[in-house]
Design a protein around this ligand. Sequence first.
Ligand SMILES: Cc1cc2nc3c(=O)[nH]c(=O)nc-3n(C[C@H](O)[C@H](O)[C@H](O)COP(=O)(O)O)c2cc1C
Length: 185
Amino acid sequence: MDAIDLLLNRHSHANLAAPAPTQEELEIIVQAGLRAPDHAHLRPWRFIVYQGDGRQELADILERAAINNPDLDQAAIDKAPKMPFRAPVVITVIAKVSAHPKVPPLEQHLSAGCAVMAMQQAALVLGYGGIWRSGVYATDPYVRDAFELAEQDEIVGFLYLGTAQGETRIAAMPLLDKYVEFIGD
Ligand SMILES: Cc1cc2nc3c(=O)[nH]c(=O)nc-3n(C[C@H](O)[C@H](O)[C@H](O)COP(=O)(O)O)c2cc1C
């Protein structure tokens, strides 16, 4: 896959199964994330890679969060611990914000977001599928505590990775006229 092809055809896969990326491949994937643009080299991120049995740790966090959330019903409580098992690997991506006079929290959150996309693209190149999810647990106070987030830190997402199952659907390219203005020639 050439680089422009990758960028123009990036897509997600929600239906993921084994085989998972190998340890060596996962290290390439997270290194792609660590290449994300990063103002002042603050390295404003933390990636927690849950794979295989390790996913139970995330399942326990989500289940306890669901139990502690008065807005969630029993169906949500039952569903929560199953979520990390929807793919062989789930990477929790946290924007870890430092105080800096020129780099506001937004820029650090954006860096962490760029890391998610870079990791998804690296996975695609290696022959795997992935999907970036957030959902109620990304902002849940219990989950934030479990990851020891400071006030300005954010869980920017959970990147699910594995081997894509079923059909690949790539959305049509949006029309340039609607979103892009070219000024000058
Ligand atoms: C910050 C962020 C959070 C997202 N959260 C979810 C989510 O919780 N569930 C979901 O199905 N898709 C979520 N998406 C969208 C998918 O990752 C994906 O981009 C979307 O399904 C469109 O598919 P495509 O990537 O193939 O164009 C999220 C995307 C972003 C950028």
